[in-house]
Design a protein around this ligand. Structure first.
Ligand code: BGC
Length: 454
């Protein structure tokens, strides 16, 4: 082992999950309904009609899961709070039973020396708020500020790192434009409004945090995917510009630069609400402490007249591996993304808040091993790419593997496995895969083991 890939001191090594994907017992102890549960309970919405009713049963097994994290040597754990556990109606009445669950979880983490990193919103909007228009209602910024205040009052003495939203693009694109995700709408007039209101909520959440917390950091988590033209034809180059604005700049530009990418008006046409969007900018553009980057793949992109409304589609790269959810594996593009964020938005703290791969794993062997060599390769290559970015001046502060556990992959149900720990959904038995063992070594050696031959 050499120091070639040694990470800076204080680099935060973690793993990530989200509430609805692992907890189960969504209505326990006085919680309100959330839109994901309602969506999953609607026939035809999710693979095999699967829901997060049980998921990984983490709600009841959290103590064992925290012990597992400690065994893996994790220094940090990124999880999300279920809004409807804390506020069953979304606003107003606080539910002590829900507050107590995250008290227990946070205390268990701290007792093991694991830093909690809390995401306020990872897609499970309370149904009571969806019934009031959800993210289409401009009051949603106030709802989110109230919820932020409740959460920070309850946990701010122990949780010092917070994220407002997880991936607003996915909520707007999947939830309001194409309808594959909750709440399942397909409406080009709604999608930009949802984006604007999500980002207004982000801004109002940051303000509420600053007004409530004594100390700590807050940031925004976005999913970024560098868009690369499939050819140098003018139409492919224009498609890349639109795809990049739509996915990557739509959220970071207003949050960090106080402006909207010009391409949004081109993409949404008459559905882009110029005045509403511009009026929202002062609230959206709040100083934040870090950018959280969820990174899975790059997007080699071509013009596609059928791909409404961005008219850009992925171009398959036969020379590369694709994961079980159809995403190209190409680690060097992670370095490019981190450098792009640094150059476009100024050098600022960044965390890789998610990174991982869905792959078909073999069953647990008799000796208790789950051999997942492709996931080991994926993690190694992306950690090296992250290290390359640091060497090139990026202020990268931490890395969170997605995911700690195999879990509920939204509308794909339990068919896709992203975990570094295998979950047997019949018995709820957890088995660390080879990738978890590999990651433990990386953490233990502070990255130095990345230099060891595969
Ligand atoms: C989300 C996770 C999801 C993962 C894999 C991210 O978009 O934050 O909830 O499971 O990607 O699809």
């Amino acid at each position: 082992m050499t120091d070639r890939y040694r990470f800076p001191d204080g680099f935060l090594w973690g793993a990530a999950t989200s509430a609805y994907q692992i907890e189960g017992s969504p209505l326990a102890d006085g919680a309100g309904h959330n839109i994901w549960h309602r969506f999953a309970r609607t026939p035809g919405r999710t693979a095999n009609g699967e829901s997060g009713e049980v998921a990984c049963d983490h709600y009841r097994r959290y103590a064992d899961d925290v012990a597992l994290m400690a065994d893996l040597g994790l220094a940090a754990y990124r999880f999300s709070l279920a809004w409807a556990r804390l506020l069953p109606d979304g606003t107003g009445r606080v539910n002590p039973g829900g507050v107590a669950f995250y008290d227990r979880l946070i205390d268990a983490l701290l007792a093991r020396g694991i830093t909690p990193v809390a995401t306020l919103f990872h897609w499970d909007l309370p149904v009571a708020l969806d019934d009031r228009g959800g993210w289409l209602n401009p009051e949603s910024a106030d709802w989110f500020a109230e919820y932020t205040q409740v959460a920070v009052r309850a946990y701010g003495d122990r949780v010092k790192r917070w994220a407002t939203l997880n991936e607003p693009w996915v909520v707007s694109d999947g939830g309001y434009l194409h309808g594959a995700l909750a709440p399942g709408h397909r409406n080009i007039f709604e999608a930009p409004l949802a984006s604007i209101n999500l980002m207004r909520a982000h801004g109002a959440g940051v303000q509420a945090f600053r007004a409530t917390a004594r100390d700590g950091e807050i940031g925004l988590v976005v999913n970024l995917e560098p868009k690369v033209a499939a050819s140098d034809s003018a139409s492919d180059v224009a498609a890349v510009r639109r795809a990049d604005a739509y996915m990557n700049r739509q959220y970071l530009d207003p949050a960090l630069l106080g402006s909207w990418p010009a391409e949004l008006a081109e993409i949404f046409g008459e559905a882009w609400p110029t005045d509403v969007a511009n009026a929202a900018l002062p609230l959206i553009c709040q100083p934040i402490d870090f950018v959280g980057v969820n990174w899975y793949t790059r997007g080699v992109t071509r013009h596609d007249p059928g791909a409404w409304p961005v008219y850009a589609a992925p171009a398959r790269q036969p020379q590369h591996l694709y994961t079980d959810v159809g995403w190209e594996v190409y680690a060097p593009a992670l370095t490019d993304t981190l450098i792009w964020v640094t150059e476009r938005y100024g050098r600022r703290p960044i965390y890789i808040t998610e990174n991982g791969a869905a792959l078909q794993d073999p069953p647990v062997a008799r000796d208790g091993r789950v051999q997942d060599p492709l996931r080991v390769d994926y993690l190694r290559d992306h950690l090296i790419a992250a290290h390359d970015a640091i060497a090139r001046g990026v202020d990268l502060r931490g890395y969170f593997a997605w995911s700690l556990l195999d879990n509920y992959e939204w509308s794909l149900g339990f068919s896709k496995r992203f975990g570094i720990v295998h979950v047997n959904y019949q018995t709820q038995e957890r088995t660390p895969k080879d990738s978890a063992r590999f990651y433990r070594e990386v953490i233990r050696s502070h990255g130095r083991s990345l230099d060891a031959p595969p």
